[in-house]
Write a protein that binds this ligand. Structure first.
Ligand SMILES: *Cc1c(COP(=O)(O)O)cnc(C)c1O
Length: 518
């Protein structure tokens, strides 16, 4: 990656337009910042103690022999280093973060306050269960509301991300097939518009993947799906609303078709924030579905906080749920941790402990503070906001499909035809306008995709500001101001990077040699 840590332009286009460059590399009270290894030296700070006497190493010869080489900096240098880096971060607390499929929404501060309560924040997973009854009750109560909202009989709480939840669901399907002697069922149908994690999960669980093409209106092609049915079909992995932001209106028929050949229906529920309070996936005939607590039920995520992907399971699959799980015995809560007795049919354990306690606390706080009417309202506002953006921009940009969308608006690049401007150029220009770009070039089923998800947490003022910036850029593109787009971003700490080099020859680790070659 030809990224100069000095903030100098790196692409040939940018290098030519040096009227934008300052002599120092600093910009408008924002200081350029080098890597910590470039500004710190191991000898500058700290204390060296004499080696301790009479200590026998128990590391069996594995102890470090070379210097650890940590960069030493003074306290003000350290502070400035991290504050400067933090200023270069774009965050949901700074502005609209329209990354489609990611649901970057406001995380109410109340969630943080509750997650930090000592009874939740300071418990240890190895504490005796009698001392953490409140924490177990919280997990059990959250599980209850997840089952209620989804209309499903059971939920596995341990998965720690959306993709981890997919793995949980597909492992449960595989365990069920194996228990029933259906080992010839190893083919999983995955629509073309699926999130990349879906085929990856199916492959990881030992299934082969068979892709179903999309129809002209951005949904699963039902005729193509019917042709692919057969006795070896283990199931389908379908996202609803799908990654085009559209509701799969044939979903009940799809569920029946899959069940008619003895297969199971995995629904990717990462977009559940478009359904909460309006649709219960259990009524649609699904067998397993993960929720992204870190999308639907807030929590900071995306390069920040952890994730949690609780996975609801149908009656057919629930006995195969992973260990451990919480059950209520009279007034007491306890964990089933072993694969005998109550856990005999479990497919096993996915992680060391019981899941992400902090996320459970945030999600339950979010649910309780919204109430059932508030949760439904959040869903409706998310869909309204996306449609507001889609219709406000439909005269200057090109929505990929006709009609209303769900929680995200998908545009393609037809409006950029003959302008010399690409989706990537457009996204770079958005950075100069103060906005993190939307998701680009995904889903793959439309050309030059731009997927915008505003979420319910944006006010109308913020949406209007965003829309007017997008509109202004679309007009400039129509006027063929190609150079304006190709040189963007000019106001960011880094100019246009060489994306090809960055992908093909990534420099993932700083070494003296890398520094010397700059
Ligand atoms: C975000 C997302 C996932 C994966 O979730 P992670 O928590 O990032 O693993 C899967 N499917 C869809 C449709 C998503 O939007």
């Amino acid at each position: 990656m030809s990224m100069s840590s000095k903030g100098r332009p790196t692409s040939p286009v940018a290098a030519n337009s040096n009227e934008h460059e300052t002599v120092s590399g600093n910009k408008g009270l924002m200081q350029a910042e080098n890597l910590i290894f470039e500004i710190g030296t191991p000898r500058r700070t700290g204390v060296d103690f004499e080696p301790a006497k009479d200590v026998r190493s128990r590391l069996g010869g594995m102890e470090r022999t070379s210097e650890i080489g940590l960069p030493g900096l003074t306290e003000p240098q350290t502070l400035r280093h991290y504050v400067r880096l933090s200023q270069k971060n774009y965050a949901i607390d700074l502005g609209v973060y329209p990354l489609g499929s990611c649901t970057m929404k406001h995380n109410p501060r109340l969630n943080e306050k509750v997650a930090r309560m000592p009874g939740f924040g300071d418990v240890h997973p190895l504490q005796p269960q009698s001392t953490v009854q409140g924490a177990l009750e919280l997990i059990d109560e959250l599980a209850h509301w997840i089952c209620t909202l989804t209309g499903m009989p059971a939920v596995a709480m341990t998965p720690k991300a959306g993709a981890h939840g997919e793995w949980c669901g597909m492992a449960a399907i595989r365990a069920k097939l194996d228990a029933d002697g259906q080992t010839h069922k190893r083919r999983v149908l995955v629509p073309e518009s699926a999130h990349g994690t879906n085929p990856a999960t199916a492959a990881q669980c030992g299934f082969s993947i068979d892709e179903i093409p999309a129809s002209g209106d951005g949904r699963v092609n039902l005729a193509a799906l019917k042709e692919k049915l057969g006795d070896d079909v283990a199931g389908i992995m379908l996202t609803n609303p799908n990654t085009c932001g559209l509701f799969e209106r044939d979903i009940i028929e799809i569920a029946e078709l899959i069940h008619s050949v003895g297969g199971y229906f995995y629904c990717d529920g990462a977009n559940f924030n478009a359904l909460v309070g309006r649709v219960r996936p259990g009524d649609l005939g699904i067998d397993a579905m993960h929720l992204n607590l870190h999308k639907t039920f807030s929590t900071p995520h995306g390069g920040g906080g952890p994730g949690a992907g609780p996975t609801v399971l149908s009656d057919a699959l629930k006995d195969h749920a992973p260990l451990p799980f919480v059950i209520k015995d009279g007034e007491k809560y306890r964990l089933v941790e072993h694969s005998n007795g109550e856990g005999a049919d479990s497919f096993g354990r996915m992680c060391a402990f019981h899941g992400q306690m902090g996320m459970f606390t945030r999600a339950l706080t979010y649910m309780m503070s919204h109430g059932s009417d508030g949760l439904r309202q959040a869903t409706e506002d998310a869909v309204l906001n996306a449609n507001y953006i889609q219709s406000s921009l439909s005269d200057v940009m090109t929505p990929a499909f006709g009609g209303v969308c769900m929680h995200e608006a998908l545009f393609d690049d037809r409006f950029l035809e003959n302008t010399g401007v690409t989706t990537l150029d457009f996204a770079k220009a958005m950075i100069d306008e103060g906005y993190h770009p939307m998701t680009m070039y995904f889903p793959l089923v439309v050309h030059g995709a731009m997927l915008v998800e505003p979420t319910e947490s944006e006010s109308k003022q913020e949406l209007d500001r965003f829309i007017s910036a997008m509109r202004g850029l679309a007009v400039r593109a129509k006027n063929k101001e190609t150079a304006f787009f190709q040189t963007a971003p000019v106001h960011a700490p880094m100019r246009r990077l060489d994306e090809t080099q960055a992908a093909r020859k990534p420099v993932l680790r700083w070494t003296e040699a890398v520094a010397a070659s700059e």
